[in-house]
Design a protein around this ligand. Structure first.
Ligand SMILES: [Zn+2]
Length: 462
């Protein structure tokens, strides 16, 4: 009888427990920890991870940081040094190479955006061909998925030596994603929570603010960015593999067989001393000592030259960066550069990047015997009838094809763009030349724009 009573009590308690369970609110699952990383690398092409590989190895092996890499493109228009038979399948080959190279670094989280490899110099052309909005949306989703503290990407600037528009375009996307991922109003459908319908279109991500943003640049002026960020030795010794980081970075880079076939073959024949000279010597384009990361911005304070992870506290979802530097204001008639130079200068200020990162004078490297178009923006007060005269001072050998003339500025507009078209000298020139573009009204100087130009035997088209 006692046993029957006890059984009845247990039954009642279980029933109450089940009723309470049924009323418990259903929690939306938290962030997916499988994707969490510390460092997110955002680069344009398979092989661009090489800019960061020596640092990444150090961060992974000495500090146990988790790293993911995002390539904007699959490198479909790049060269194929291995042989033309793989031409149509080059993007597939390069994706495999990139995954192999990352695996050699110890990275298994690798994504590709949907951007088209666009081999020319203008990041605006790259962004137009890529579908800027679609790929920014994808990148913001991946920042929210991987929740990195640190973003590493290309410097969004046009410099002599850094001549690929896709690189600065990838830097634009990554900087925008750094500033947008924490904003719940940006791509809100990514933050819709767990849904039982349309789950393939909606996602359960959370806003995320990375702590710091760093850049790399291919500028041919090796010392331009000295002091602009932390420096790391490429000769640091891997505790796991007992080899210097540059050597491990090389083993990873050699996976890009379609891109560096001659280096792959040459490296196999070199002894250690030859290898060191070729890959790490002061003249090397691979891993010259030391590796400098260019500081872009931080939402957790600290100075540019401090260690990448200084002040990073893992609570960066609480911070949100809205810092912008003021845009210069002008009145009356004023001339400035448009196109990628004008955009990137404005972009750097809008996203609060340090002033010193942009070249003091706009610059570009161009091919000899080709065409250079320089868009000039004339800002003027609407409602007034003004004619501006544009003049160009160029070194011998340059030919002004178009734009050196009088321009009546339309009274209905506040801004008029004039494209100056020049033919570059027939032969490459040593050193850097300067073009001066002047505006004047009725003989009175209005201002000038100076451009530094290197005329090379080869350069990507403008
Ligand atoms: Zn590249």
């Amino acid at each position: 009888m006692r046993a029957v009573k006890l059984g009845f009590c247990i039954f009642i308690m279980m029933a109450i427990g089940a009723a309470l369970m049924a009323q418990k609110p259903h929690n939306v699952p938290g962030a997916d920890e499988r994707y969490k990383v510390d460092i997110l690398v955002v680069v344009a092409h398979p092989d661009d991870e090489i800019y960061f590989s020596a640092y990444i190895l150090r961060a992974m092996q000495e500090e146990h940081k988790r790293v993911a890499v995002i390539y904007a493109t699959r490198g479909d228009s790049g060269g194929n040094g291995e042989g033309r038979e793989r031409g149509p399948a080059l993007a597939d080959a390069r994706e495999t190479e990139a995954r192999d190279a990352c695996a050699r670094l110890g990275i298994t989280k690798v994504w590709f955006l949907n951007a088209v490899d666009t081999a020319q110099q203008n990041p605006l052309v790259s962004l137009a061909r890529w579908g800027h909005g679609e790929n920014l949306e994808r990148l913001v989703a991946l920042v929210r998925l991987t929740r990195p503290e640190i973003l590493l990407t290309h410097l969004p600037a046009v410099t002599i030596g850094e001549d690929h528009g896709d690189h600065s375009a990838a830097g634009v996307l990554a900087t925008e994603a750094f500033d947008l991922a924490a904003n719940p109003l940006a791509f809100p459908e990514q933050l819709s929570g767990e849904m039982h319908e349309y789950e393939a279109a909606l996602s359960n991500l959370r806003p995320w603010q990375p702590s710091k943003l760093y850049f790399t640049s291919d500028s041919s002026d090796r010392h331009r960015f000295d002091g602009s960020g932390p420096r790391y030795s490429v000769w640091g010794l891997s505790p796991a593999e007992k080899k210097p980081y540059w050597r491990l970075a090389l083993e990873s880079a050699l996976m890009h067989r379609t891109q560096f076939p001659s280096e792959v073959k040459a490296a196999l024949l070199m002894n250690d001393a030859e290898m060191e000279k070729f890959f790490t010597g002061p003249a090397s384009e691979w891993w010259p000592e030391p590796l400098t990361l260019i500081f872009g911005k931080s939402v957790v304070g600290g100075s540019a030259s401090e260690d990448v992870f200084a002040h990073v506290n893992g609570r960066s979802e609480l911070a949100q960066d809205n810092h912008a530097n003021p845009q210069p204001q002008s009145s009356g008639v004023h001339i400035e550069l448009g196109g990628p130079w004008g955009f990137l200068a404005q972009f750097g200020r809008a996203h609060g990047l340090p002033d010193g990162l942009m070249p003091q004078s706009p610059e570009i490297a161009v091919k000899s015997g080709t065409r250079l178009v320089i868009p000039l923006v004339v800002k003027h007060d609407p409602g007034t009838n003004v004619t501006i005269h544009l003049a160009v001072s160029a070194p011998e050998g340059w030919i002004v094809k178009n734009g050196e003339s009088d321009f009546p500025l339309p009274a209905a507009e506040a801004e008029t763009t004039i494209a100056l078209e020049l033919e570059t000298p027939a032969q490459p020139r040593p050193g850097i030349e300067e073009l001066v573009l002047r505006g004047e009204i009725e003989g009175k100087p209005l201002g000038e724009v100076k451009m530094r130009i290197q005329v090379n035997s080869g350069a990507l088209p403008q």
